[in-house]
Design a protein around this ligand. Structure first.
Ligand code: SAM
Ligand code: SF4
Length: 333
C-alpha cells in the first residue's frame, strides 16, 4: 500500500475503545462523554478489518485506546491477531503485535499478552512520584502501574516507558526516569504534548520543547545517537551509562511526517490517515454492508490511503484552539 507521497503504509494503530480508567490532564477532560457501546465495532469486526489491512501489507499492529486493556474480551482480539504473526520468510503477513497501555491491568493480563504473541509493550508513566502521578492522571495510583510494569517484565515482555514532557510537572524528573529505566532494563521515550481535544487548561503552560530537554539531559548523560527504529516516529539515542535507549517524539519541533508509515483506526471504524488532520474515512459502513464483501472493503481502505495528507498542521499558542478537535484517546496516539 503506497500513499500519494510514495510512503509505504505498513503500520496500523487501532484504538479499541475510547474509554479509560484514568483521566490524564493532557489527554482527557475529567468529565468525558464516551461513545455509546452500540457505536463500537465488535471484536469480530475489528478482527476482520485488521485482517483486511494485513492482507494489504500491514506488518505491524498496535492496539491502543483509550485504555485498550479495559475493553471487555480484548484478549480474544490479541489472540486472533497473534495467530496471524509470521516470520518474513513466510511471505506477506503480520510481523508484530504490540500494545500501548497505562499499565493498570497488566498484573492480570501480562501473561495472556505474551501467550497471544505480544513481545514488547509501551507503558505510559510520566513520573515516579506518587503525588505527581495522581495529579497527572487525576485518578491513578503509581503503585498499580509499577506493579503492572513489573508483571510485564516477569512475563517476558520488553517494556518501553512513554512519558509526556510536561512543563513544571515532570521536567525535573528525567534524570531519575533515565536512571530507573536503566536499572530495570527498560527503554524510555519522551513525548511532546500535542494540541488535541479540549482538556480544560492552557496548553502553552504544559508545552515543553524536547530539543531543550535533550540538551539538558546531554549535560548529565552520554547520549550516543542510534540508528534504531521501531517503526514509529521516535528518534533514539543510547544512554552510554545505562545501555538503554532514550527516544524523543517531537512532532512540534521536528517535522516527523516525511517517513510516516502509519494510519489509525478508531473503535467506530473511522480511519484517520493523519493524527494531526481531520480528514477521515468511514470503514464501518462497508464493513457492515453485506453487499460489499471483502473486495469492496479492500477498495474502501485503498481509496482512504490515496487521501493520506503530506503532514500535520499542529500549532501551540496562547490563543490557539486545539489543532485537532478530537481527543488523543479517540485515535490512540
Ligand atoms: N491509555 C493508553 C496509554 O496511556 O498508554 C493508550 C492510549 S494513550 C492516548 C497513548 C499515548 O498518548 C500515551 O503515551 C499518552 O501519554 C499520549 N498522549 C495522550 N494525549 C497526548 C497529548 N495531548 N500529547 C502527547 N501525547 C499524548
Ligand atoms: Fe487514559 Fe492513556 Fe489518555 Fe491517560 S493517556 S487518559 S491513560 S488514554
Amino acid at each position: 500500500m503506497l500513499d500519494p507521497f510514495r510512503r509505504r503504509i505498513s503500520y496500523l494503530r487501532v484504538s479499541v475503545t475510547d474509554r479509560c480508567d484514568l483521566r490524564c490532564v493532557y489527554c482527557m477532560a475529567e468529565d468525558m462523554t464516551f461513545l455509546p457501546k452500540r457505536e463500537l465495532l465488535t471484536l469480530e469486526e475489528l478482527e476482520r478489518l485488521c485482517g483486511a489491512f494485513i492482507d494489504l501489507g500491514v506488518e505491524r499492529i498496535r492496539l491502543t485506546g483509550g485504555e485498550p486493556l479495559v475493553r471487555r474480551g480484548v484478549m480474544q482480539l490479541f489472540e486472533a491477531l497473534g495467530r496471524r504473526i509470521g516470520p518474513k520468510e513466510a511471505g506477506p503477513g503480520l510481523r508484530e503485535l504490540t500494545v500501548t497501555t497505562n499499565g493498570t491491568q497488566l498484573t492480570k493480563m501480562a501473561d495472556g499478552l505474551f501467550r497471544a504473541g505480544v513481545r514488547r509493550i509501551n507503558v505510559s508513566m510520566d513520573t515516579l512520584d506518587p503525588a505527581t502521578f495522581t495529579a497527572v492522571t487525576r485518578w491513578g495510583k503509581l503503585d498499580q502501574t509499577l506493579d503492572g510494569i513489573f508483571a510485564a517484565k516477569a512475563a517476558g515482555l520488553a517494556v518501553k516507558i512513554n512519558a509526556v514532557a510536561l512543563k513544571g510537572v515532570n521536567e525535573d524528573e528525567y534524570d531519575r526516569l533515565i536512571a530507573w529505566c536503566g536499572e530495570h532494563g527498560f527503554d524510555l521515550t519522551l513525548i511532546e504534548t500535542m494540541p488535541m481535544g479540549d482538556v480544560a487548561g492552557d496548553r502553552t503552560d504544559q508545552y515543553l520543547p524536547l530539543s531543550a530537554v535533550r540538551r539538558r539531559i546531554a549535560e548529565r548523560w552520554t547520549l550516543v545517537p542510534s540508528e534504531h527504529r521501531t517503526g514509529g516516529p521516535a528518534r533514539y539515542d543510547t544512554v552510554a551509562e545505562t545501555g538503554q535507549r532514550l527516544g524523543f517524539i517531537t512532532p512540534m519541533t521536528h517535522n516527523f511526517c516525511e517517513s510516516c508509515n502509519r494510519v489509525r483506526l478508531t473503535c467506530t471504524g473511522t480511519l484517520y490517515m493523519c493524527l494531526g488532520q481531520e480528514d477521515a474515512a468511514d470503514l464501518r459502513a462497508p464493513l457492515r454492508d453485506p453487499s460489499v464483501g471483502d473486495a469492496g472493503l479492500r477498495d474502501a481502505i485503498l481509496s482512504a490511503i490515496a487521501r493520506k495528507p503530506k503532514g500535520h498542521d499542529f500549532v501551540i499558542g496562547r490563543d490557539a484552539r486545539p489543532s485537532v478537535g478530537r481527543h488523543m484517546s479517540v485515535t490512540g496516539g
